[in-house]
Design a binder for this molecule. Structure first.
Ligand code: ADP
Ligand code: MG
Length: 247
């Protein structure tokens, strides 16, 4: 089943056409990595699919429900329902600094999903344990390392039971020795068949964890295919040039 279907979407900021007729699909349980140079439109693409930015043209269907069709958006209530199926983990964690770890993970469960506090806390405690952070429930974000904060933000996203998780460079704000923890968590989620779209600069990680790699440049996909093919044996000149700059 297609969890994400993006058809010929376009997005500009003023004169700057950032997404040019982009199309792609992601199937249930698939892990897709998006790689590409800085400024190529990767974050904007994730922000459009998660409804943090609006597209000007094209269609997006999430979990079988149309969010925008030919540039026309659904009504707010239906949109809200669709957006609940989608989790986004940011580069800079975006935790609420004045809330404890526990409250960061329970807040949306209680106010958006209308779960009872005890149920939300129970779910949060299980996720914290899964993230190896069971002793941090009462800590504040500033008391945690970057890697721990990122694991809290992953727990927060998972607490809402998303059908697909998006990661925008989840390790790029972390010291190299902390990125391993995040990669381990993502690897574990992949083995549980969580559908994930991961924008990353960690090429070896993309090769290992992703079923498919999309290479983006100047607002369009230049090349895509099984991770090993695209990364070890790129066909397009622009993909070759990008990968050789990184190695
Ligand atoms: P990437 O994530 O691949 O580095 P981005 O999606 O962040 O690329 O940016 C793509 C282009 O869109 C860049 O030229 C950037 O300057 C521009 N851009 C991104 N967000 C905004 C915004 N909110 N307002 C204006 N321009 C933006
Ligand atoms: Mg970006």
């Amino acid at each position: 089943m297609e969890i994400i279907k993006v058809e010929t979407i376009s997005k500009s900021f003023g004169e700057n056409e950032v997404l040019k007729n982009i199309s792609f699909t992601v199937n249930q349980g698939e892990v897709v990595a998006i790689i590409g140079p800085s400024g190529s439109g990767k974050s904007t693409l994730l922000r459009c699919i998660t409804h943090l930015e609006l597209v000007e043209a094209g269609s997006i269907t999430l979990t079988g429900k149309s969010m925008v069709k030919d540039g026309v958006y659904l009504h707010a209530e239906q949109l809200r329902e669709i957006c609940l199926k989608v989790g986004l983990v940011f580069q800079n964690f975006n935790l609420f600094p004045h809330f404890s770890v526990m409250r960061n993970i329970t807040e949306a469960q209680i106010h958006v999903l209308k779960r009872k506090k005890a149920e939300a806390e129970d779910r949060a405690a299980k996720l914290l344990e899964k993230m190896g952070l069971q002793d941090k429930a009462n800590a504040y974000p500033c008391e945690l390392s970057g890697g721990q904060q990122q694991r809290v933000s992953i727990a927060r996203a998972l607490a809402l039971d998303p059908e697909v998780l998006f990661f925008d460079e989840p390790t790029s704000a972390l010291d190299p020795e902390l990125t391993g923890d995040i990669l381990k968590v993502i690897r574990a989620l992949a083995s549980e068949k969580m559908t994930m779209v991961i924008v990353t600069h960690e090429i070896p990680f993309a090769r290992e964890v992703a079923d498919r790699v999309l290479f983006m440049d100047c607002g369009a996909f230049v090349e895509e295919g099984p991770a090993a093919n695209v990364i070890d044996n790129p066909q397009m000149e622009r993909t070759k040039a990008f990968l050789s700059r990184l190695s």
